[in-house]
Structures are given as C-alpha cells and as structure tokens.
Design a protein around this ligand. Structure first.
Ligand code: F6P
Length: 554
C-alpha cells in the first residue's frame, strides 16, 4: 500500500461502488451551486418541513445544503448499504465488531428489566440489571454516609481514575448533570499520566474522606494503573499505612477480575461490565459509577431510560424521520461530497462544556478508519474531525472562520428551551444567539446589503457574509438526565450510521496500539541510569538524549 493511498483526494480514489454514491456525486454538482437563500425563498415552509421531533428532541435540518432529491438519494444510499440489516444485527447481539470478534451491545446496558438480548445464546439483560442494582446499593450507601472510610468518617470526595472511555463519559456526564448532583460531595477525575493531574486532584483532599473509583475495562491501561498505584500510596500514607484501608477507599470498575485482584482490590468491591461494551460506549455501564454516586440511582436510571428511548427510535423508525440516521447521512453528505473535513458541535448550555471532548472519542475513535470490513482501502473519506466549545464563548473566538473563512464547517447547534439556572434575561439572550448564528451562517449578508448601510466600497468585500454555511439545530426542553441519555444515544447511532455507509468497523481501535507499544520500549531508555544504546531513528534518538541530559541537570 502506498503511504498516502488513503489520504488521496476523492478524485484519485478507487471508483465508487454503489449506484447511490454515483448518483449523489452527479447530484452534488447541481446542488452545490444552490444557495440557502434561494432554497428558503422557493419554499417558505422549508423550515417547518425539514424538521423532525423524536423522543423529545427537535432536529431542524432545514439549513442544510440539500433539496428533497438529496435526501432521497441519501436514503437510497442507506438502503444500498444495508443499514437496517446492520441495525438489526447490532441489536441482535451479532459479532459486528469483526476485527475483535465481539458483539456491540451498549444498547443492552439500557434495556429495561425484563427485556431479553442474547449474546452467544445467553440473555445479558439480567446481568446488566444485577450490576445496576449493586451500583445503586453502593451509591446509596456512599451518599447517605452509611459507607464509612477506614477511620469511620463518611466519604465526601469521589475520585474517578480512568482514561478514554473510562474518563470522558464519566466527566462529561458529571459536568452535564452537576445541577442534579450531591453538592455536599466533591467529584474529581484523574486521567492523564502527567503527575500534575493526580497532584492537583487530591491536593486539598483528606484521605480519610476520599474514595477512589478505578475505572478501566481492561484494568491494564498504563495511565490508569500508574495513577491507581499512586492513589493507593497517597491513601495509605494518609491512613497510617494500614493495607486493610484499601477495601474502604478503593473500588474497581472492570471486565477483568483477575487484574483487579492482582491490584489488591477485593473483587467484592468490583463492578463488572463486559467485552461487548466498547470503552467509548460505556458511560451507561458500571463505568458510570461515579456519575451514579453524584446524581443518585433514580437520576441514573432516568438517563438510561433516555438512552433507551433513542435506541428504540433508531431501531424502529423509518429512516426519513429517524434522527440519528438523518444526522449520519448529512454528515456523510458534507464529508464525502463537499469535502468538509470537520463538524463543529456547539452546545449553548454551559453544563455541556465537556460534550464536544466526549464526542471526539466517540466519533473519531469509532470512524477514524481507512480499511473496509472487506479489508480494502476505503473508497471515500471517513470520520470527520469533531470539535467544539459551548456558545456563546466560541462566537468570540473561532466563529469568525466559520462565517468568513475558506472552509466549509457544518455545525450542530444544541440548545434547551428552559434554563437550569434562570437568571434575569440570560436565557433569552443565550437562545437569541443560537438562532442568530444559524440565521447568519445560512443567509449571510450580500454586498448590496452591506453597501446600503453606507459602507465605503473598499470595505464592502470584508463585510460581506456569503452565507450558505450549513447547520443543524437540536432543541430540547430542558437538560435532564433523560435528555442527556437521548442526546448521547443520538450521536452514538449517527456514528454507527456513518460507519455503515463507509463499510468500516466502528468498534475497534487498532490505531492506538503502536504508540502504546513504543512508549513501553522507551520508558526504560529514559529511566536507565546508564546511557542506553538507542536504536530508533535519528530524530527520536536525539530527543531521548536531549531529555536525558536535561533531566539529569535538574
Ligand atoms: O487506548 C484507547 C482505549 O483503549 C480506549 O478505547 C479506551 O476507552 C481507553 O483506552 C481506556 O481503556 P480501559 O478502559 O481498558 O482502561
């Protein structure tokens, strides 16, 4: 394979293989010239027509550069890609993660008690609920003070130690649902192997009131295990070195009981999940233990119910009114036909400040692939780069580029009708900004309009907004645990839809392996007291030597 085979421009790719891809490619030539001003002018009801409401989420997709025929062709692409069969295979527990030979059943984590989902002939729903019950019992005891630390004091601080899916979901959900959290307790999250993360998280904590939740699917991840050992030493040092204190101050969330026991955590204090839950799809498994302690079991269950409602919508609703399918199709439209490289996610809700970071793992670890399920190089660009910040802050930094730069950046705006903290006129002003931004992006401002304002000719081009910049708007009533579940499931299934259209495995992550292996090789080269023989390339060798020299001079 030539090095850049998969990063070639679309024109140089292998021929597209299905009629819908080809039809969309020629359709694009026609539609790309249309302006949203004209589309709205021709169809005054477009903004009402191109909107769907499901499970309490309202999606306005009218400000996208599509016409009815675009949608028809995108829906045809979904049909040709066998999307419904793939949805059924996922919900049916088939091993659709083919490179790891695993079922992909995050949907089972939120299946109601009494439902039945089989993996290798075994119903997994009863186990899911038995772990949820164990988590609820534990959370209630910690929250009520019945669970005591080693010295008899109640737990006031919970520190989740994990990374990737074992961190981003818990921290995002905690921040998103802080409004519903136990305010007499503090919740912290340690992920980075940079010692600063741990040091800052515990600097003002009392070990006798601190509980660590060590969260790791494999329980072997370098960062998490290193932080967990450091936490153990910190806790023991603060509790008189009595090893029996570990049982009161450490619990584990993992799929790997042997590794948990090896670490020294009693497996009675382990909350289990399963290999059919991908790390980035695990925030509603036992990985959500810190979330449950923060918001309480009832709120956690309500979040699961929200997930489930969106799952059912995705599984059973015709594609033309199916929110995750529509969002997935639109993402493919911009990614593969307009050549858009990114998607901006812009929540106008301060509590969702970690949502874009959470989505980065969900979307990019899932769809950052260039090999198809058949082992060939993809014919189309895959996974766009997801990024974003809450509004209105982003408006005062990067929106300039979205409005007037040379790149097309489709945006998802997310907003809620009711504020969780009603303060004066703030919420109306916040929402006015959401609507204003999508309007400005779509319709812009013509040279004639700019001139009519008395702008001197030389300044006119600078002040013109060409518009025609697409966006989705997702509006919900209020940010509740249930709404958060729906929102996350919406993106999970949109990612799945995109992966199906590209015919890739959205559930493995081999791309993270090489760096991990090389780091293991380099660690002893940095720690060795004697000058090690280095066999890397000349750049890596010199960086290592320079680091060793400066480290020694400290
Ligand atoms: O390195 C990537 C990754 O495997 C993610 O997929 C995962 O969420 C993260 O590391 C953490 O893995 P674990 O939960 O096993 O510690």
């Amino acid at each position: 394979m030539s090095m850049a085979a998969h990063v070639q421009p679309l024109a140089n790719r292998p021929a597209t293989r299905t009629p819908a891809w080809d039809a969309l490619a020629s359709h694009y030539k026609k539609v790309s010239k249309l302006h949203l001003r004209q589309l709205f002018g021709d169809d005054p009801k477009r903004g009402e027509r191109m909107a769907v409401e499901a499970a309490g989420l309202y999606l306005d997709y009218s400000k996208n550069r599509i016409i009815d025929q675009t949608l028809r062709l995108l829906l045809q692409l979904a049909e040709e890609s066998g999307l419904q069969a793939r949805i059924d295979a996922m919900f049916g527990g088939e091993k659709i993660n083919i490179t790891e030979k695993r079922a992909v059943l995050h949907v089972a984590l939120r299946a109601p008690r009494g439902a039945s989902i089989l993996v290798d002939g075994k119903d997994v729903v009863p186990e899911v609920h038995s772990v949820l019950d164990k988590m609820a019992n534990f959370s209630d005891r910690v929250r009520s003070g019945a669970w005591k630390g080693h010295t008899g004091k109640r737990i006031r601080n919970v520190v989740n130690i994990g990374i990737g899916g074992s961190d981003l979901g818990p921290v995002m959900a905690y921040e998103a649902l802080k409004h519903y959290s136990e305010r007499d307790m503090s919740f912290r999250f340690v992920s980075n192997i940079d010692g600063t993360d741990f040091a800052e998280a515990v600097r003002d904590l009392d070990p006798s009131e601190t509980l660590f939740v060590v969260s790791s699917k494999t329980f072997t991840t370098l960062e998490t295990m290193t932080n967990a050992h450091t936490a153990r030493a910190w806790s023991l040092a603060g509790l008189g070195g009595d090893a029996s204190s570990v049982a009161k101050h450490f619990v584990a969330v993992a799929t790997n009981a042997a590794e948990v026991a090896k670490f020294g955590i009693d497996t009675a204090n382990m909350f289990e999940f399963w290999d059919w839950v991908g790390g980035r799809y695990s925030m509603d498994s036992a990985i959500g233990l810190s979330t449950m302690v923060a918001i309480g079991p009832d709120n956690f269950r309500s979040m699961l119910d929200g997930f489930h409602q969106m799952d059912e919508h995705f599984r059973t609703t015709p594609f033309e009114v199916n929110l995750p399918v529509l969002m997935g199709l639109l993402s493919v439209w911009y990614n593969d036909f307009f050549g858009a490289q990114t998607v901006a996610v812009l929540p106008y809700e301060q509590y969702l400040k970690r949502f874009p970071a959470y989505l980065q793992q969900l979307t990019m670890e899932s769809n950052g692939k260039h090999i198809t399920l058949d082992g060939e190089i993809v014919a189309h660009d895959t996974g766009p780069i997801y990024w974003g910040e809450p509004g209105t802050n982003g408006q005062h930094s990067f929106y300039q580029l979205i409005h007037q730069g040379t790149r097309l950046i489709p945006c998802d705006f997310i907003a809620f009708a009711q504020p969780l903290n009603p303060v004066g006129r703030h919420h109306d002003m916040l929402l006015a900004n959401v609507f204003a931004q999508t309007e400005a992006l779509a319709f812009g401002k013509t040279p004639e309009q700019v001139k009519a304002e008395g702008t001197p000719d030389w300044l006119v081009p600078h002040r013109v907004f060409e518009g025609n910049r697409p966006s989705n708007t997702i509006l919900a009533e209020r940010l509740t645990p249930d709404t958060l579940g729906k929102l996350v499931a919406l993106y999970e299934h949109s990612v799945f839809t995109q992966g199906v259209l590209w015919n890739i495995d959205s559930f493995d992550q081999w791309g993270v392996e090489l760096g991990k292996v090389l780091a293991q090789r380099i660690i002893p080269e940095l720690e060795n007291n004697l000058e090690p023989a280095l066999n890397h390339d000349s750049s890596t060798n010199s960086l290592i030597r320079r680091y060793r020299k400066h480290k020694e001079s400290l």
